[in-house]
Design a protein around this ligand. Structure first.
Ligand code: MG
Length: 444
C-alpha cells in the first residue's frame, strides 16, 4: 500500500511532456568517437580520478568519481585517455542545438544533459515519445553519440526514466503509470541518494522507491534528518512541482559569511572568499548558469560597508576564477580604506547571469591577457573541467567529500594536478568545508 508522505501531489499535466536527454558515458563516448581504436574497449577519462568510464569499463565496476588506482585494480586492462574538453563542450552544445529544434523550452543542467518541455510542440511534431525517438536518431546520426531519453510528467520522473533507459534507450512513463514505474526501482535512482543514504535506508529494509514511499515521514526524517527525509519522501511519492527553467531570467547568486570581529589579512580574505566562491560557483553550475559581474561586500567593525564590483567581457562559473576575482576586489576595497583594520562580514555575488550554454569556447590565440580567467582558453577549460569533476564527486559522495581548501591559491599553474591529489585522499575522511562558519546564502 502506498501512503502519501505529507506533501500534496502537484497539479500535473495530462500528458507526459517532459523529456530528459542524457548522453551516455559522455566523455568516454567522445573519446571513442574521436579515436576508433578505443571503441569496444574499457577506457576511462581522467587520471587520478575517473571522470567517466566507457560501458566496457563499467562492466568491471569502474565508475565516475572513483580513484584511478581503484579503477585499475578492478579493470587491469583499463586505458586512461582524455582531456578533449573542447570537443566535450562542442558536442554537448551540439546536442542542445538538436533539442532546441523541438522546443525553445530547454533547460540545460550539465554539459551533457537537459530537460525539455514539449507541451507546446506536440501540434508541430506529434506525440512526445515520437519526438524523443527522433532526438535520439538525430543525435546518433549527426553527432555520432548515444543518448538516452526519459519521457514523463515531471522532471524528476523524466530523469529517472532516462537513467533506466541507459544505455542508448528510451523510456516513456505515461501519466497514470508513475507508481507502477517507480515502485520496483532501487532507491539510488532517486535524485540525491548516494551510497551513504542507500545504506542507511537499507538498514531498515528500504531498498525500493515503493518501500520508501510507504515509509512514514516521521520515520524517514528520523533516519535521514528532516530536510533530506522530507525531500526524499516527496520525490518517492512523485511530488515534483519544479518547472523547466530556460535560463532567461536575470538575477544573481550570492553568499556571505559573518565573521565576528577579525583583523583583516590576505590569508583571511583568501580562506573566506574561497569558501564563499565555492558555494556560489557550485550553485551556478548546478543551475547551468554563469555570470559576468562579480561583486564583493566588506563590512567593517563599525558596521559601515563598502562594495566593489567588476564586469567581465565573458561570463564565469569557475570556482577558482571567482575566488581570485573576489580576493582582488576585497583587496581593492581595503586599500581604499586604510583606516579600517577589522572586518565583520564578507559577501560575494555573481550577477548578469546567462545560461552556461551561451559560453563560447575560444581559440587559444590570444596569449595577452587573463588566460586563466577566460572560459575558452586551455587554462580556463582545465579549471572548468576540474570544477565539473568536483561537482560530480560531490553529487555522488556529498558536499563534504572534496574541498578546494588551501590548495586553491598555491599556484597559478592550473588545477588538474591539485585536483588529482585531493581526489585521491580518502574522501569520506575530509571535514565538511566551512565547518564552524556562520553563513547565509542569498539569491535574488
Ligand atoms: Mg550523461
Amino acid at each position: 500500500m502506498f501512503v502519501a508522505s505529507g506533501a500534496m501531489a502537484p497539479a500535473q499535466p495530462l500528458r507526459a511532456t517532459i523529456l530528459h536527454a542524457d548522453l551516455d558515458a559522455f566523455y568516454a563516448s567522445v573519446e571513442q568517437l574521436l579515436d576508433p581504436s578505443l571503441r569496444g574497449r574499457p577506457i576511462a577519462v581522467g587520471g587520478g580520478v575517473v571522470l567517466a568510464a566507457s560501458y566496457e569499463a563499467k562492466a568491471f565496476g569502474v565508475h565516475g568519481g572513483m580513484s584511478g588506482r581503484r579503477a585499475r585494480e578492478l579493470c587491469p586492462g583499463l586505458t586512461f585517455v582524455g582531456g578533449h574538453f573542447r570537443e566535450y563542450q562542442r558536442l554537448g552544445d551540439a546536442m542542445v542545438d538538436v533539442l532546441r529544434d523541438f522546443t525553445p523550452v530547454v533547460e540545460r543542467i550539465s554539459i551533457d544533459e537537459a530537460f525539455l518541455d514539449v507541451t507546446g510542440s506536440v501540434h508541430l511534431f506529434g506525440p512526445p515519445a515520437g519526438m524523443a525517438a527522433e532526438i535520439r536518431r538525430r543525435v546518433g546520426a549527426e553527432l555520432g553519440l548515444p543518448v538516452s531519453v526519459g519521457v514523463a510528467t515531471t522532471k524528476h520522473l523524466a530523469k529517472v526514466a532516462s537513467q533506466v533507459a541507459k544505455p542508448d534507450g528510451l523510456v516513456v512513463v505515461e501519466a497514470g503509470e508513475e507508481r507502477e514505474f517507480l515502485d520496483p526501482l532501487p532507491v539510488e535512482l532517486l535524485w540525491g541518494v548516494g551510497p551513504a543514504t542507500r545504506e542507511r535506508l537499507g538498514s531498515r529494509g528500504i531498498r525500493t522507491i515503493g518501500a520508501l514511499a510507504a515509509t512514514s515521514p516521521a520515520t524517514l526524517q528520523k533516519l535521514l534528518g528532516s530536510a533530506v527525509g522530507a525531500k526524499l519522501g516527496s520525490l518517492a511519492a512523485n511530488a515534483d512541482p519544479r518547472r523547466i527553467e530556460t535560463g532567461r531570467r536575470a538575477g544573481s547568486m550570492g553568499a556571505q559569511s559573518a565573521l565576528g570581529r577579525r583583523v583583516v589579512s590576505e590569508q583571511l580574505l583568501r580562506a573566506e572568499l574561497g569558501f564563499l566562491a565555492d558555494r556560489v560557483a557550485t550553485r551556478l553550475r548546478a543551475k547551468g548558469r554563469a555570470g559576468r559581474t562579480v561583486t564583493v561586500r566588506v563590512r567593517f567593525a563599525g558596521m559601515r560597508s563598502v562594495t566593489r564590483s567588476v564586469t567581465l567581457p565573458w561570463a564565469i562559473s569557475v570556482t577558482l576564477t571567482l575566488a581570485e576575482l573576489g580576493v582582488g576586489l576585497a583587496c581593492a576595497a581595503l586599500a581604499d580604506e586604510p583606516g579600517e583594520r577589522e572586518i565583520t562580514l564578507l559577501a560575494i555575488s555573481v550577477s548578469n547571469l546567462v545560461p552556461e550554454s551561451a559560453l563560447q569556447l575560444e581559440l587559444d590565440l590570444d596569449a595577452r591577457v587573463d588566460q586563466q580567467h577566460r572560459p575558452g582558453t586551455r587554462s580556463g577549460a582545465a579549471r572548468w573541467a576540474s570544477d565539473r569533476a568536483m561537482d560530480r564527486v560531490r553529487d555522488r559522495f556529498g558536499r563534504g567529500a572534496l574541498g578546494y581548501g588551501d590548495v586553491m591559491f598555491r599556484s597559478g599553474r592550473g588545477v588538474p594536478d591539485e585536483f588529482r591529489e585531493l581526489a585521491e585522499k580518502d574522501a569520506a575522511a575530509l571535514p565538511e568545508p566551512g565547518a564552524g562558519h556562520r553563513h547565509a546564502d542569498e539569491r535574488r
